[in-house]
Design a protein around this ligand. Sequence first.
Ligand code: ZN
Length: 269
Amino acid sequence: MPELPEVENFKRYLNATSLHQRIISVDVRDAYVLKSVTARELARRLKGRRFESSCRHGKHLFARADGDLWLRLHFGMTGSLRYFKGQGKAPNHARVLFVFANTHCLAFEDQRKFGEIGLIKDVNEFLKKRVLGPDALDISRSQFRDVLRTHRGPVKSMLLNQKLIAGVGNIYADEILFRARIHPATQVSVLKEKTVAKLFRAARDILKKAIEAKADMDRMPKSWLLPRRGKGGKCSRCGRGLKSAVIGGRTAWFCAHCQKSASEVRLPA
Ligand SMILES: [Zn+2]
């Protein structure tokens, strides 16, 4: 599921391939993806325009078309972007194609159909309406601390809650907690100041490194949890088998030996 590092890479990909080219048509092949806009309106409003810039907030990507119109993209479970030549060569799961004057296309691919595409006037207004928290790479240390100090629940649920901090999903939440050596079920209320600071640093570091690795699992450090998470996976620190538990409705993977601290942990029942 695309999280902040994946979406940041989609942004860079879009910037490298699709800016400043005239859009000659928009081919909607599956309209489920459209939110608050029809296929005809999407095509009509984008035709003749160019994408001029883009920005990302959490897991949302926004591409600005000239004339101050924003295309918004959310990648759901399996969404991604692909730029290619020739409309006939569209990937299997292309749901919407933006066709450029140079005969290349940008496809929004989405096998499992949880993605979203819409048109908006103003990014900040949209973020407000969705009540999204600050982006996980923009949030300051004191903001981060305040979020944790004013909410209750397991630390992993905090990290996953897009209304508190936007961008972290199941995979990177586990990675961040593994790095910070915090058990995912730890109640935030018992985290000490220095543990909160450690968690903040771990979040920044993991997200930045994952972006640098192009969110490609094969390029992630071997010491990370990501290449090992799952049945039979072993901790890169102590070699013990990884454990899983459902926390905040999602399956967490962790090392019960390395991610604990007697005073700070309440194990899931
Ligand atoms: Zn371990």
